[in-house]
Design a binder for this molecule. Structure first.
Ligand code: ACO
Length: 527
């Protein structure tokens, strides 16, 4: 709800929109014929009054863009009548109140933002995903404009429905503005929400926080460096090798942030519950000794804090597009940079060919040791190839048809991009395997059989090996009751159609792999 020129009015009740049993919702631009209805709905649902110039500019498209939702199943004279709307206007990024949050790209010329003025759905049509679709129209439109860096809006601080909606759509709340609205002589706070597009991000993003930490380290502040060296922290240094979509980057950062997010208010099951299984490996092996030494009775494994401390992009692919053993090491070195304690994570984009170097064998990631020039000890690293392009039938299942074995059902990714959600599955596998310390799991798994996954089992038996990695051991299991070709119990978001089995920060949904639980000797699944 914008702070467009207004006077103040009393609330009034909405007329019954006469909803049919089977509504057929369509979206179209708002036009001059919508004027009366648009004014009426605004009067009915907003506590502030909008001036007639506002409605004139919306219906005539003067500096504004807008969409209407209509129900075609209503009787003829109502079938094109507004039952929902979103109105927005263009704002120059440099003149906006969030210009400090925008990373300017001088090569792109004058950059713009889209500011959502009003959004509303008549009461009888609520909770059907109409607002979500209207805002998605705005995002789609903005994403298609190369000069547009984001969509932003204000919402009154007590409007829970709208706040949940924007969070659900991955908007970021960047500010609380005290006394922003004046309604019936009372001041009310507002939240400022932004959806960054075309590579723009908030300074509070994980990437920026990471850069902040890196700068501290560079300036020699020892306390930060010693914190990073702490035993139960995994400080990740990401190398994005090649070109990635904003969604891919966002998903990876959000997933990593979700690993330690176990606040009560979040939805269950959580990504952090899965990470706790990873943490439980410490309890079983190393930590028992630590506790014994300290004469403590605690049995809970300490947290393994994961964060991104550096995120480095090499879009031009300095070491070529063909991954080999030789340049693989160079990529790990680049990911490490000059940081001594980080875990290097190399993410390979769709342009990189990585066949013949250990990928596409039931998994598109590996974690291993690399000898780094000038360093005594080899460094453990994670490398993830692009699961969508590299060998989707192996690594992007269940978002892509399986190459081998029963094909099973395929699902939509929660983010809308196979390349983003499949990347998260591969990265999650790599992180879990790395954090559980292969040297210790080796002795445990020697005596255990591999779960159902025949492909993985066959490959490893034929080379007289057993699987030492807790997540790789459960490849292709996503929920309870899994069997070849069937993910096991997972959920599908009724609005986006995206498959998921766990929740992370900001109510985001993820499909994460299952992990071998040493206590139950079975694959642990969130559902
Ligand atoms: N309580 C909590 N969350 C809600 C609610 C609610 N009452 N309504 C919607 N949401 C959230 C949920 O996360 C929901 O997803 P979920 O059901 O999967 O959990 C998500 O929003 C999508 O809901 P939609 O069905 O798309 O929303 P709807 O079509 O019902 O419209 C809206 C929501 C626009 C807020 C409607 O309630 C409304 O018109 N309210 C009055 C006007 C208003 O407040 N407008 C927004 C002001 S901000 C601005 O204009 C910039």
């Amino acid at each position: 709800m914008s702070r467009f020129p207004r006077r103040f009015i009393d609330d009034s009740s909405m007329e019954d929109a006469g909803i049919s049993l089977c509504p057929s919702i369509h979206y179209r631009p708002i036009n001059p014929n919508d004027l009366d209805r648009l004014e009426q709905i605004h009067r009915d649902i907003f506590p502030i009054k909008y001036e007639s110039e506002f409605f004139q500019s919306v219906v005539n498209g003067v500096d504004t863009v807008s969409w209407a939702a209509v129900d075609r199943s209503r009787p003829d004279d109502h079938s094109d009548e507004l039952i929902g709307f979103v109105t927005a206007k263009f704002v120059l990024a440099k003149d906006s109140e969030i210009d400090d949050l925008i990373h300017y790209d001088s090569s792109k010329g004058e950059e713009t933002l889209i500011y959502i003025l009003t959004l509303g759905v008549v009461e009888t049509y609520r909770n059907r995903g109409i607002a979500m679709s209207l805002i998605s129209e705005v995002i789609k439109y903005a994403s298609g404009l190369s000069v547009c860096r984001g969509v932003y809006l204000h919402v009154i601080a007590h409007n829970n429905a709208a706040i949940c909606l924007y969070k659900r759509l991955m908007f970021r709340c960047v500010r609380r503005l005290h006394g922003f609205y004046l309604i019936k002589r009372h001041h009310f706070d507002a939240f400022l929400f932004v959806y960054f597009i075309n590579g723009s991000r908030t300074p509070c993003s994980p990437l920026e926080v990471a850069m902040f930490v890196v700068n501290y380290m560079k300036s020699g502040i020892k306390s930060v460096a010693s914190k990073l060296a702490n035993k139960d922290e995994k400080d990740l240094s990401l190398l994005w090798y090649g070109q990635f979509t904003p969604t891919q980057k966002e998903r990876v950062h959000d997933f990593i942030e979700s690993l330690n997010f176990d606040a009560k208010e979040g939805l269950d099951p959580k990504v952090s519950a899965w990470w706790k299984v990873v943490e439980s490996y410490q309890e079983r092996f190393e930590v028992k000794d630590i506790y014994r030494q300290k004469k403590s009775n605690r049995t809970v494994a300490p947290r393994i804090k994961v964060k991104v401390v550096r995120s480095y992009v090499d879009e031009k692919m300095k070491y070529g597009k063909e991954l080999t053993m030789g340049n693989g090491e160079k990529l790990v070195e680049t990911a490490i940079g000059n940081m001594s304690k980080v875990v290097p994570v190399v993410l390979l984009s769709a342009q990189v060919r990585a066949h013949g170097v250990g990928f596409c064998d039931g998994t598109c990631q590996h974690n291993a040791l690399a000898k780094i020039k000038g360093q005594k000890e080899p460094r453990r690293y994670i490398m993830v190839s692009n699961p969508e392009v590299e060998c989707p039938g192996e690594c992007a299942w269940p978002f892509h048809t399986a190459d081998k074995g029963p094909r099973g059902m395929t699902y939509q990714p929660a983010s809308g991009e196979v390349g983003a959600d499949a990347l998260v599955i591969q990265l999650a596998t790599g992180l879990a395997d790395l954090a559980t310390n292969p040297d210790l799991t080796k002795s445990l798994f020697k005596s255990e059989t591999t779960p159902y996954n025949d492909d993985v089992k066959k490959n490893h038996e034929s080379s007289s090996m057993y699987i030492v990695d807790p997540a790789t051991k459960c490849t292709r299991v996503f929920g309870s009751g899994a069997f070849p070709g069937f993910t096991g119990r997972i959920r599908v978001d009724p609005i986006t159609g995206g498959a998921f089995n766990s929740h992370g920060i900001n109510h985001l949904k993820f499909l994460i792999p299952s992990i071998w639980d040493p206590k139950t000797k079975s694959c642990w699944t969130p559902m």
